[in-house]
Design a protein. Sequence first.
Length: 44
Amino acid sequence: MYRTIIIGSSVSLQGKFLRDADNGNVVISVGNRTYVGRPANVAA
């Protein structure tokens, strides 16, 4: 499954979903790199 996350105020990334972090963030994999950020589909 692929997920989109937001990093900072204007950068979004889409990658393979790895897991939900304890603090509500999402961990994804893009190529051989791992990123953590806020889920993009959550309403503010």
